[in-house]
Design a protein around this ligand. Structure first.
Ligand code: ZN
Length: 329
């Protein structure tokens, strides 16, 4: 079988109840994951035939899924095709050293943590990697996937998703490059060329990964088996003020601390010390919040992604409630 026809004949779940006519009554997980892999290769994020399960790969898959099926991601789990593509002959799972026997016995996996405990990554057949890394054959394989697994109407949504993925990968490159420059409170207007959805996906990915999914204030680090996380990527200088997705204008915060930070009940000074507003009282059940006062925030492991002192100073001056008075804004 030629390599192209392998792409047209992936082993997928065929079921007229579970999958609509738009995907030819077949599960679209494997085509989406292969499209995502091609996107990463075309942006230089994958440069050998080794394909690890990265946040960029997960986000690209999620964008294909949500653009085609809406925000319900419960069935759109990228771990499934990453594992089950092994039955298609060109996708070889490599074990974490010491987990060879566990991988040999593994019949299914759905949780990212479980996958990463046992699987180090994937080695693509070199011949397949060569096809994916050359722009012309990659375009041909993309066409094969679109025509084999999607109706014309669904195809146009997949193409839209591919444009969003392109934006996120390009924007991610831009934002990570920016941290080597002097921090500016206002974002360059060039950022407006990227689609809003792509910008928010990218900012979230970079900031949440920088803090390893832990809240910068309390350290809570909760993840569902699918990899959904308790923290969000908060803008220090709010988005409506500066439209600034510089990672140094971001903090990973849990739901409670995102709210208290945005409401000015808590801030972080230029020395990364947490301050709690006097608006927070002794009798409002907020002992855990008040205990943060005077402590240090948790910083990203990469020092260049740490919050910019200028952004923190702006927050302390314009958002933080340093006195017990109602804010006028
Ligand atoms: Zn927290």
């Amino acid at each position: 079988m030629s390599n192209q026809s392998r792409f047209a004949r992936l082993h997928t779940d065929r079921n007229r109840v579970r999958w609509t006519a738009e995907t030819q009554h077949r599960a679209p997980h494997k085509p989406f994951l292969l499209l995502a892999v091609m996107d990463l290769i075309s942006h230089g994020k994958v440069t050998t035939n080794f394909i690890p399960f990265t946040p960029e790969l997960r986000d690209a898959f999620d964008l294909y899924w949500t653009r085609c099926f809406g925000p319900d991601r419960s069935r759109g789990n990228p771990v499934l095709p990453y594992f089950h593509l092994r039955s298609d002959g060109f996708w070889h799972l490599l074990p974490v050293p010491g987990q060879e026997a566990a991988l040999a016995q593994l019949r299914q996996v759905s949780a990212i943590v479980q996958l990463k405990t046992i699987v180090l990554g994937v080695a693509l057949d070199p011949a397949h990697y060569d096809l994916l890394s050359a722009a012309s054959s990659r375009a041909e394989l993309r066409r094969v996937l679109l025509e084999s697994y999607f109706t014309p109407e669904a195809r146009s949504r997949v193409v839209e998703a591919a444009q969003l993925v392109d934006d996120t990968l390009q924007y991610g490159q831009t934002l990570l490059g920016r941290v080597h420059e002097r921090f500016a409170l206002e974002a360059p207007t060039a950022d407006q060329q990227y689609r809003a959805e792509a910008r928010s996906v990218t900012f979230r990915r970079i900031v949440v990964e920088a803090y390893a999914h832990a809240c910068a204030l309390c350290g809570v680090r909760l993840l569902t088996p699918e990899g959904r996380t308790a923290v969000v990527a908060a803008h220090i200088v709010p988005w409506r003020v500066a439209h600034n997705d510089d990672p140094r204008n971001g903090l990973a915060l849990c739901g409670l601390h995102h709210w208290t930070f945005d409401e000015g009940l808590v801030t972080v000074d230029r020395g990364f010390t947490v301050k709690v507003s006097p608006v927070v009282r002794d009798d409002d059940g907020s002992v855990a919040l008040r205990q943060l006062a005077g402590g240090g925030m948790r910083l990203p492991t990469e020092p260049e992604l740490a919050p910019a002192p200028e952004a923190l100073a702006w927050h302390a001056e314009h958002v933080f409630r340093s006195r017990v008075t109602a804010r006028l804004l």
